[in-house]
Design a protein around this ligand. Structure first.
Ligand code: UDP
Ligand code: MG
Length: 309
């Protein structure tokens, strides 16, 4: 049996050596063979040269390096696509997900014959209140909106088996929301509770811009509700405007001479309907944009170097 540990890395020069050390300490104690598959997602710092050095010293280390930054989900996808293991673990490079938890995951997998063991964050240390609040509500709102139910407070940190890996490799959609896709597959999926630590060093590689993009991908790829909301907004606007027309008409009938429509009302109406129209066109646009990405059918990532592979 071979276990592949997939680690996406983007500008992680400050942590990568320590991650390698901690992972190796843990993996040397397990009964399976292992490989450490690092996916360098177009880092601009020394990440790639550190990984090359590690790979030269240790044959367990394999490296895939992208031609530019394609994003976290693409890096994980490349890891799964190129993984040889019978089992694979997806783990972040920053040691927020403690490598020791892999032992618990392996135990649950073995005891229960699970196909997926996903990490559930009991506690998150050292994150901003903003991240905690947005993450908390994002997972819950997504569940309300989506046609599939996902476990909440779960990231990509998980153990998957060969069945899941093979199924995953059959998915060719762009803009993947990996944690959602894996839950969507079914099979036997069990939680493993752990405490999420502070980043070992360096800064988050998920600024607000990337977080929003990620959230919208999650929502759009598992829910058509935003389109329904757009329709409902249109419907409500029509009803409101009918009511308003009635009011205007009746006032005119009651007092034909002295009735002058106010400037404020006109401005408010324009702003209100203009807003609804832009919002709904925006929602439509997002879905069309996703269709556009699918129809171009570009590869999700481009690999520039492979080391020990
Ligand atoms: N990451 C990546 N490409 C990116 C952004 C992030 O490969 O464009 C990696 C990053 O190196 C880390 C993981 O994805 O291993 C999670 O990123 P981070 O820890 O910065 O996110 P956070 O934990 O703050 O949500
Ligand atoms: Mg992190």
């Amino acid at each position: 049996m071979l276990l592949t540990v997939i680690t996406p890395c983007y500008n992680e020069e400050q942590v990568i050596q320590e991650t390698y050390k901690r992972l190796t300490e843990v993996l040397q104690t397990i009964e399976y063979d292992y490989e450490l598959l690092f996916v360098n997602d177009g880092s601009k710092d020394k990440t790639l040269s550190i990984l090359s050095e590690l790979a030269a010293q240790d044959q367990h280390v394999k490296v895939i390096s992208f031609s530019r930054n394609f994003g976290h989900q693409c890096a994980v996808t490349a890891g799964i696509n190129n993984c040889k293991g019978d089992l694979a673990v997806i783990i972040d490079a920053d040691l927020q997900d403690p490598p020791e938890v892999i032992l618990d995951m392996l135990e649950i997998q073995k005891k229960e014959q699970a196909n997926v063991v996903y990490g559930v964050r009991k506690k998150r240390e050292g994150e901003s209140w903003f991240k905690l609040v947005t993450a908390r509500y994002f997972y819950r709102i997504l569940n309300k909106m989506s046609e599939v139910q996902f476990p909440v407070d779960t990231g990509d940190f998980r153990l998957i088996d060969r069945k899941i890996i093979d199924e995953f490799n059959r998915l060719h959609e762009k803009n993947k929301y990996i944690r959602g896709l894996i839950s969507w597959m079914g099979y036997k999926q069990l939680p493993c509770y752990y405490e999420r630590k502070e980043r070992f060093a360096g800064e988050t590689k998920y600024p607000l811009r990337k977080m929003l993009r990620f959230a919208s991908i999650g929502l759009m790829s598992f829910s058509k509700k935003p389109l329904k909301i757009a329709t409902w907004l249109g419907f409500i606007a029509v009803i409101l405007s009918l009511i308003y027309s009635l009011i205007v008409l009746i006032s005119k009938l009651i007092n034909p001479s002295g009735f002058v429509l106010g400037w404020t009302t006109i401005v408010l109406l324009i702003v209100f309907f203009g807003g609804i129209q832009l919002l709904t066109i925006g929602i439509l646009g997002q879905y069309i944009g996703n269709l556009f990405d699918e129809s171009k059918d570009r590869p999700e990532y481009i690999i520039e170097h492979r080391i020990n592979l």
